[in-house]
Design a protein around this ligand. Structure first.
Ligand SMILES: NC(=O)c1ccc[n+]([C@@H]2O[C@H](COP(=O)([O-])OP(=O)(O)OC[C@H]3O[C@@H](n4cnc5c(N)ncnc54)[C@H](OP(=O)(O)O)[C@@H]3O)[C@@H](O)[C@H]2O)c1
Length: 343
């Protein structure tokens, strides 16, 4: 559809209108600092879309952005206080208006993507960046769960892990946001065998996602398995190198995705640094990366979601007014799949 025809006189009419959005003016416990405010409804620029958000999801990064930890992260987040008041990244919604230079999107399109400020009734998205059409058979909740977690899993397996066909893959931390997609993507991209590590209550979920073997970490130590993995996607970061290396094939790759929150200064980076140093000279490749949100990967994920080759696992669903409860649950670190917030 021709975008110019649908450009935004609507936005000028609505410029004075407000929207409900979550903000925090200082870092701290979500309950103390997160507020739902009326903000001016955004107006899309020439290359942008105005999206009416139906659902957003919570990522650990959103929790870090609220509490302002680890302190090293404040270089980007703001040293004295948050540089950006709005919070949230992942969303799914309906395009309400498009800028005059936008092609490929039109009002009424259902989309999903990532943009700061997603815990709000509206976001403005750069049409050329991390936004894509939502498959019609995938709900807004399911689509909102996808961006950061599934892109992280995809880039961990395909780009950083360079997984080859038939490889034996281990996903440690298989039941949260990143892990539930990682298990499915490893299978969908041709792994020969996938072992998922999670706690007792999530064993059935991990199995239902296609894991060939599920290790309940409360009952069994995965680093004592009689198995050797070509690729380990370490989402939980729960074990030191000297244990992990016992189950690695001689030319294995370990992709470090996450780690416990740990100390206030470096947070999860403490574990990353420890693993990096300990792995030197081991002959194994160990990589840590920060996922990059982008349109192409969202489209790839949409293509896998549409025929049901991957799906979103949804945990609790909260309304925007209960965002602090959602953030508290995220902070506990035991989600099953993704927490969704509806507007
Ligand atoms: N590098 C990047 O770009 C990137 C991007 C996204 C996320 N991350 C990081 O990745 C990590 C996970 O993110 P997420 O969104 O998946 O978090 P999440 O949804 O909170 O999931 C965490 C999962 O870890 C599991 N877990 C906790 N302790 C464990 C243990 N000892 N052994 C195995 N599993 C354990 C939990 O399962 P149980 O309840 O069964 O224990 C939970 O399902 C975080 O550290 C996050 O910061 C990094």
């Amino acid at each position: 559809m021709e975008a110019a025809a649908a450009t935004t006189p609507a936005s000028t009419e609505t410029r004075k209108l407000t929207m409900r959005a979550a903000v925090r003016e200082r870092f701290g416990n979500p309950r103390d600092v997160v507020r739902i405010r009326d903000l001016e409804k955004p107006v899309p620029g020439d290359d942008e879309l105005l999206v009416r958000v139906h659902a957003a999801s919570i990522n650990v990064a959103d929790w870090y952005a609220v509490v302002g930890r680890p302190w090293i992260g404040r270089v980007a987040m703001g040293v004295r206080g948050p540089k950006e008041l709005r919070i949230g990244t992942d969303y799914a919604g309906t395009v309400e208006a498009v800028g005059k230079a936008v092609t490929g999107f039109a009002p009424g399109d259902e989309v999903f993507g990532g943009r700061t400020g997603a815990y709000a009734e509206y976001v403005v998205a750069d049409a050329g960046r991390a936004v894509a059409h939502k498959p019609a058979n995938v709900s807004f909740d399911e689509a909102a769960a996808v961006p950061i977690a599934a892109i992280t899993a995809l880039q961990a397996i395909r780009d950083q892990g360079r997984m080859g066909p038939g490889q034996r893959v281990l996903v440690n931390g298989a039941s949260g946001g990143v892990g539930t997609y990682a298990v499915q993507l490893a299978k969908a991209l041709g792994a020969g065998h996938v072992t998922a590590v999670c706690s007792t209550r999530n064993v059935e979920t991990a199995r239902s996602l296609g894991a060939d073997r599920v290790v309940d970490y409360t009952q069994e130590d995965f680093t004592r398995l009689d198995d050797r993995f070509d690729l380990m996607v370490d989402v939980a970061g729960s074990r030191p190198w000297r244990h992990v290396k016992r189950v690695l094939a001689s030319r294995a790759t370990v992709v470090l995705v996450g780690a416990p929150k740990k100390g206030p200064l470096l947070g999860p980076l403490e574990h990353v640094i420890g693993m990096r140093l300990a792995s030197i000279g081991s002959g194994r490749r160990l990589v840590f990366f920060v996922a990059r949100l982008n349109k192409e990967d969202l489209e790839t994920l949409g293509d896998l979601l549409e025929p049901g080759r991957i799906r979103s696992v949804l945990d609790e669903r909260y309304e925007l007014d209960r965002l602090v409860d959602a953030l508290d649950q995220m902070g506990d670190g035991h989600c099953r799949g993704k927490i969704v917030v509806t507007m």
